[in-house]
Design a binder for this molecule. Sequence first.
Ligand SMILES: Cc1cc2nc3c(=O)[nH]c(=O)nc-3n(C[C@H](O)[C@H](O)[C@H](O)COP(=O)(O)O)c2cc1C
Length: 198
Amino acid sequence: MNVLGFMASPRKGGNSDVLLDRFLEGARSQGAQAEKIYLYDCSIEYCQGCHLRCWSTPDCCSRWQDDMHMLHDKMIASDLLIFSSPVYMGTPPAKMIAFFERSIDQKRVNLETLTVESNTLRGKKAVVLQVNFFNDPAYQRLPLSVYERILAEIFGMTIIGSLGVEGVAEPGDIAGKKAALQEAYNLGAALCGSCDSR
Ligand SMILES: Cc1cc2nc3c(=O)[nH]c(=O)nc-3n(C[C@H](O)[C@H](O)[C@H](O)COP(=O)(O)O)c2cc1C
């Protein structure tokens, strides 16, 4: 089973990074191949709003010499996608949203009937991991809804798990959340242990 984790905080070694690492450790404990990508290290040009052309023209976005092709190839080759991010102003961070906007070209849409003819991301399994500062899980509800809207409704993925850790601010704070880190490990192990395509 191939697991691909996207870490969408600019802070390497920060709370979302550590949470993702624990999940991936759990996945590896079940024999999964797990890779982590620092989204902030990737070159991702902003969407230029030509989605109708992207939907109908293969490689419309190939004029950008950035990392999106590489990222999509890795996603397509993966069985399970993990999205780990801090809450920023009540939403996922801008880099994550920029990445999703540029992924719209993974759908081919018949512009006359508006039917989706293909979608390389449909059916992928996904997990959402979140961290936030305020000691209230309510801050994760809106960003989780954003993930649900984008991953499930727009890209047709199935969100098979999510985990949020509140009350962490500085890098290292999450080390004090031992139960949550164990939960992340257990989730990685459980989801990868139960999948057939190992
Ligand atoms: C620009 C910005 C906006 C933030 N907005 C929120 C917020 O709306 N709610 C919240 O609880 N924490 C918010 N935080 C705090 C982060 O979610 C928190 O510090 C998190 O632990 C950072 O994760 P990291 O260590 O992976 O970078 C914000 C932080 C930044 C930098």
